[in-house]
Design a protein around this ligand. Structure first.
Ligand code: GLU
Length: 427
């Protein structure tokens, strides 16, 4: 049983944690009860079972999900995850977090999430292509550039998005082919992606961390960092922080953990992980266990892997000043409470990892306008939006005397509530 699914008698499921976070902010905001009820469950829950031919000629049945949480602020939006632990409860939580994230950043999208329960590492490129295309076909008109726009998440990447786009394009009418390029974001640059999208989540995370550092009079130059997960988010955050003079002293992923008090070279480690599939065996550091990783002497802790990692078991070990949530939902309610009692600042997922969906919005805009923005343009706009959201969150945290997550939810929820109350609830 993995650490993520290990549940004590009182442990909540991922979706229950998401609901508890919503309830907490709804209470602070005195959210309208009908709006609260609507937002407490996703609008649509789609589960598809589809067969795919394997390279050896056999067929295997896959289970795919697309959960559309809310679209009052704009089209459903959110990633697609390929992972063995994908399940309905998780995707529902992830979809709701996308709704809050988009509303907090003020990008005109709602929230959704999808996934297929399987291990992409066990499949050839040809099998991955057929799985992706067959899933996209099964989703059919449940996705679309003005309706629901998938993006990469764990286990998927720009290539996955290009296959999804191509499948969707070829399933519709010929004359609309190029008009539907924005059906997915996170595409390769050559197939209509945006500059800066790949590093966007890591970059956005660093932008808010820099703002936090300014607030706290903390210098990132010379700071120490521990990172859980060294995929797209963790490795880009590490490289950007490295350029600012911070040193990554411990990294953990599904293969193991390594530490080096002198600093692990982020670029070299990323190359190693690309080559070998994980951090285990990296020889410019020493192998440590999970407990030692959580107890690492690091000023900054960046969870950038799965949900529910910071819990009553791991939070007491942690020594960091700030936790910046690169992952979605990396801590449960107990873990958060323990960090709060220790005086650790938390920069919550809906803010800290929102750079991804923000640059997805830029990509979608570029596709609609047939434009290509420079990296400088993308970074500047991203910076402006991340900082604005950070400042709003801090203002509300002080105004309501609440933690950052609740404050971030308050902004998202009050924007959504205003629209519901203006439009009325159909019929
Ligand atoms: N999967 C990313 C997230 O969790 C990006 C979503 C998107 O760009 O739509 O935020």
């Amino acid at each position: 049983m993995s650490a993520r699914t290990k549940k004590g008698p009182s442990a909540l499921s991922v979706f229950e944690v998401a609901q508890a976070q919503l309830d907490r902010a709804a209470h602070v905001l005195r959210l309208d009860s009908s709006v609260h009820a609507i937002l407490s469950q996703p609008k649509n829950e789609l589960i598809v079972n589809f067969p795919v031919r394997m390279d050896d000629g056999s067929y295997r049945l896959f289970k795919g999900y697309r959960i559309q949480h809310n679209n009052i602020m704009g089209p459903f939006k959110g990633g697609v995850r390929f992972h063995t632990e994908v399940h309905l409860d998780e995707v529902k939580a992830l979809a709701s977090w996308m709704t809050w994230k988009s509303a907090l950043l003020e990008v005109p999208f709602g929230g959704a999430k999808g996934g297929i329960k399987f291990d992409p590492r066990e499949h050839s490129r040809a099998e991955l292509e057929r799985i992706t295309r067959r899933f996209t076909h099964s989703l059919g008109s449940n996705i679309g550039p003005d309706y629901d726009i998938p993006a990469p998440d764990m286990g998927t990447n720009a290539q996955t998005m290009v296959w999804m786009m191509d499948t969707y394009m070829n399933s519709g009418s010929r004359e609309l082919k190029n008009a539907v390029r924005g059906v997915v974001t996170g595409k390769s640059l050559t197939s209509g992606g945006s500059r800066g999208r790949e590093k966007a989540t890591g970059q956005g995370l660093v932008f808010v961390l820099q703002e936090w550092a300014k607030d706290r009079g903390f210098s990132l130059d010379g700071a120490t960092v521990a990172i859980q997960g060294f995929g797209n988010v963790g490795s880009h955050a590490a490289r950007i922080l490295g350029r600012l003079g911070a040193s990554v002293v411990a990294v953990q992923d599904h293969t193991g953990a390594v530490a080096n008090p002198e600093g692990l070279h982020p670029k070299r480690l990323a190359e190693y992980v690309n080559r070998t599939g994980g951090v285990a065996g990296y020889d410019h550091g020493v192998a440590i266990d999970r407990e030692a990783f959580f107890a690492a002497e690091a000023d900054i802790f960046i969870p950038a892997a799965l949900e529910m990692q910071i819990t009553a078991d791991t939070a007491p070990l942690m020594k960091s000043k700030v936790v910046v949530e690169g992952a979605n939902g990396p801590m449960d309610i107990d873990g958060e409470e323990i960090l709060r009692s220790k005086g650790v600042d938390v920069l919550p997922d809906v803010l800290a990892n929102a750079g991804g969906v923000t640059v997805s919005y830029f990509e979608w805009l570029q596709n609609r306008r047939a434009e290509t923005w420079s990296l400088d343009d993308v970074d500047k706009r991203l910076h402006g939006m991340m900082i604005a959201a950070y400042r709003t969150m801090r203002r509300l945290a002080i105004e309501h005397s609440v933690d950052n997550r609740t404050a971030a939810y308050c902004h998202a929820l009050s924007r959504i509530q205003t629209v519901y109350l203006e439009r009325g609830i159909f019929p």
